[in-house]
Structures are given as C-alpha cells and as structure tokens.
Design a protein around this ligand. Sequence first.
Ligand SMILES: [Zn+2]
Length: 267
Amino acid sequence: MPEGQVSHRNAIVLTDAIAGQPLTMVEAPEPRLAPQRIAERLAGDTLDHMEARGKHHLFRFQSGRVLHSHLQMSGKWRAFPAGADIPRAGLWLALHTDQAIVAQYRGPVMRLLEPGEPLPRIAAVGPDLLGDDADPEAIGMRLLAVEPTRTVGDAVMDQRVMSGIGNVYKSETLFLAGIDPWRPVASLTEDECRAIGRIGAELLAKGVRDGGRITTYRTPMATRGRPQGTWVYSRRGRPCRTCGTPVRSRGQGDGNRTTYWCPTCQV
Ligand SMILES: [Zn+2]
C-alpha cells in the first residue's frame, strides 16, 4: 500500500534520474491514456522536478506542463538506467532521457495539464502516521497547532495535521487514549497529544498487518480464537468493553462524521 513516505522518496529518486535532461522518447502504452496524447504533448520537454504532496505526484516540466499522478493502492513509479529492458506488464508511461528511464505502472490516476491549467484540488497533507521514518508522537504534537477551540475528534481527522486517521480510527484511538473526543484541542496535554499519535500509528499498523479494521486486542472473554472487532466504533448503546457504560455516538466536525465514545472511560 503506497503511503506518503513513498511519494517523498519518489520525488528524490525520480527527480535525480531525469530532471534537466530533454526527453528522448515518451511511451504511453496504456489505452486509457490514449485520449490525452501524452507522448505527443511531452515530446522534447524536460522535467524540472517532481514534487510530492501526500500521495500526489506532480511532475513539473520546463514547458509549464504538469503531469499529475496518484498511485492510490496499486500504482508505482520506478527508475531504470537508460537503455534498460524495462518490464512491460502494467506499464502506463515511460519517460526516457539519455541517462535514465522513469516508468509508471498500473496508474491508476494520471493527467497531463497544459501550462496554466489549474492543478487538481490537493489540500496540504500532514505527515503520515505510517510513514517509514515517521515519529508518531511528534506527529501527535501537531494537534496543538490547530485552532484551539476545535474538538479533538474533529482535529485528528484533519489530514493537514496528520495523515492516516479516518473515521474508525478516530473513535478507536481516542477510546484507547482515554480522551473525550468533545474536548477542545487546547485542553490536551503534550503527553495526551503524543499518546494520540502513538496509539493511532499502532492501530493503523495493526490494520495493515492483520487486514481490515479490527482494533481490539484479544481478551479472555471475547475471542474463542477470533478477533472481536472494535472498542467503541459502531457500538452505539452497547456496553463499553471496559466499564459497561453504554457507548454513545454523535456526528462531529465539518463532515458530521459519527464519533463513538464511552462517557465513563474517556475524560
Ligand atoms: Zn467505558
């Protein structure tokens, strides 16, 4: 699964490989790209640099054209030395120079914009909790930089603060951190911010490792060898697994996304 860190690594590797060298050949064998005539439009152009924003890749050419690529779950960029016999399976695009080839596989999002054409709406994206060299506790501290009156449950979902926590992990992370999602961000201690980052990253890593969104740990009662689902997410009215208080839920934040919490365990 490509994460934000992959994009940042690609920015360095791909810029290094071909920036400043005129393209000697452009191949775009993927049929879905045919209407854009990318090979013809990029012929003879020169890459200035590639810029990563979250999982978005923006290749900025000296002509002012911008190639926008998003890898989603399947796509991949690779660099090869010039003249290499590159793999053809899944090849969407190959940019050749005298020194190197950079090639994109399995798309799935690619668009070539003319000079001055507006960029796709890309919000600034904060550091990814699952990034290879991410420091989740430091990322958690970024919460203190957002509007102090915003609630915690709203702020952890803000991808400009940290990238990775969606609606399920919001409720689960704040439950395990023992933090009431309705508190204003300004009331968080530094220790609480660090705990949110650390627990969020642990749950996300567990989700990647085990597949799916199972966040609870096995307890003697629950399991019979099977994972038991979530602590509070989607458990409105059911007893808290820790204290028995009925789990509550309510829409929160700009998107009014439902937050689940235990009013006893989360203070
Ligand atoms: Zn509880």
